[in-house]
Design a protein. Sequence first.
Length: 338
Amino acid sequence: MVRQTSGRGPSMADVAREAGVSGQTVSRVANGKSNVDHATRERVLAAMRRVGYRPNSAARALRNGHFRNIGVIMSTAPAFGNSRTLNAIAAAVVAKGFSIVLMPVSQPSQGEVTGAFNRLNEEAVDGVIILIEQHQLDESDIELPNGLPVVVIDSSARYDYPVVDTDQAEGAASATQHLLDLGHQTVWHIAGPPESYSAERRLKSWRATLERAGRVVPPVMTGDWSAQSGYDHGLRLPDEVTAVFAANDQMALGLLRALHEKGRAVPGDVSVVGFDDMEEAAYFWPPLTTVRQSFETVGHDAVAALLAEIADERKGASAVTVPTSLIIRSSTAPPQNP
């Protein structure tokens, strides 16, 4: 085994001697080149492990122009959609041979966002995906630093960067219209928190759908995405209500329990629609009619847009909207007394 010279780490030359190959072959393996046969690559990688060699990402970036690291600035506020989207981003990043550097922020203020960008610069990233749902991201005092390719997920597209989002309006409209088409006179709504882009878009689309149909728009019930808030609103739901669209599946779950405790059958007395199509939605009782959004597609499209920016150094706003689909299960039915 190669012994390291005192005062320095193992070099490519050390690896080459250990593996019995040329320095050029070691360089190709270290830089992820494809023109090395499998057996040789495995021999070089084994030699790297034995001598303790780690490829220098900064030096590699100087040679290749990229660090092959993607940064993600993400709100620490718990949200089912954000966690699913992050998983999709990570899978897409790894599939492209990049690594992911996560930078959480508790409050998306100018100081936190700027600090996150600065820390990501220290981590040597090629670009940044911003996954912050709250409205603070669009406040006038939030300015995103220049110098890095950026893609924003779930925002108002005010920024001069690509924006990727689910078609929230389409999903809410299909949920509301489904209940009207079943014969319900109107649809009540449990909205998400007001600081959420998604909640705001779903609420506006629910209201617009009722207004287009000439129906009464009930007062909005505002939740916080939790099953508890859906449950609390369900206990207070007036007895004359026959249809409810909850802005996410977790609030719909709490609503289902409250209706059960009140002795109101679903869908016999009240039809319920959710939003997200989380894996458990098909196993609620009754199985939940809901709007499916593809977090996988959002994550994949965000990574694709960022890599295109990195490769072509293109700037400028563009919007990618991912469609939704209504998944009809057993929690909705025509009203018993229309």
